[in-house]
Design a protein. Structure first.
Length: 214
């Protein structure tokens, strides 16, 4: 699964995994589990994370390879959150080739950048309760800037502010487009319009899987 932050990629990966009876392998969760369980790879990964460094690709690929070696992954997995760069996509292909496997399909949940901006920068939180969450377009408060439940002022987290979101997208989108080009060149990319209701996107993804691009 390939998609920008906020495109609904994780949600769709989870739904597809359920519908297809395959494990949903989310790389972020895989890291967290290995670190929590103090596996050899988890300990290595945390050495990088603790000093704010990027986990090197070979280590990440090893984590994925270990996960794919588990019995429930014998028929394949829905991979989510990896690869994020072209070198990672190449490393994944090499690893799979050694095991006699392959990327059967790359599914791109396509949402344009303006919509991604709206989704990611629209979140407002209540200053009284973290359970009261609003969204400028999807779930606006009745009175601008005030919580419906208790009237407390709403605020935006730094992470959700437009300038922060814009900077994050500037960093993350170019490598994502390289991953998309990589799979398009190999004839395995299917793009679906992600700016639709969740169930419609899922149906399109299932159709794309049933009729591979090549
Ligand atoms: Zn509130």
């Amino acid at each position: 699964m390939v998609g920008a932050p906020g495109a609904g990629k994780g949600t769709q990966a989870s739904l597809l995994a359920d519908r297809m009876g395959l494990p949903h392998v989310a790389s972020g969760e895989l890291f967290r589990n290995n670190i929590r369980e103090q596996t050899a790879l988890g300990r290595k990964a945390s050495e990088y994370i603790e000093r704010g460094a990027l986990v090197p690709d070979p280590l990440t690929v090893q984590l994925i390879a270990d996960r794919l070696a588990q019995p429930d992954a014998a028929d394949g997995v829905i991979l989510d959150g990896f690869p994020r760069t072209r070198p990672q996509a190449e490393a994944l292909d090499s690893m799979l080739a050694r095991r006699g496997g392959r990327v059967a399909g790359a599914l791109y949940v396509d949402v344009d950048r303006d919509e991604i901006m709206r989704r990611l920068s629209g979140r407002w939180l209540c200053s009284e309760s973290e359970d009261h969450v609003y969204h400028a377009t999807a779930h606006p408060p009745k009175v601008a800037g005030r919580c419906d439940t208790d009237g407390a002022p709403l605020y935006q987290r730094d992470d959700d502010q437009p300038a922060t979101v814009r900077a994050r997208l500037d960093q993350q989108l170019p490598p994502m487009y390289e991953v998309i080009d990589y799979y398009a060149d190999r004839g395995v990319l299917s793009a679906v319009d992600g700016d639709r209701p969740i169930a419609e996107v899922t149906d399109s993804l299932l159709r794309a899987i049933a009729q591979p691009a090549s």
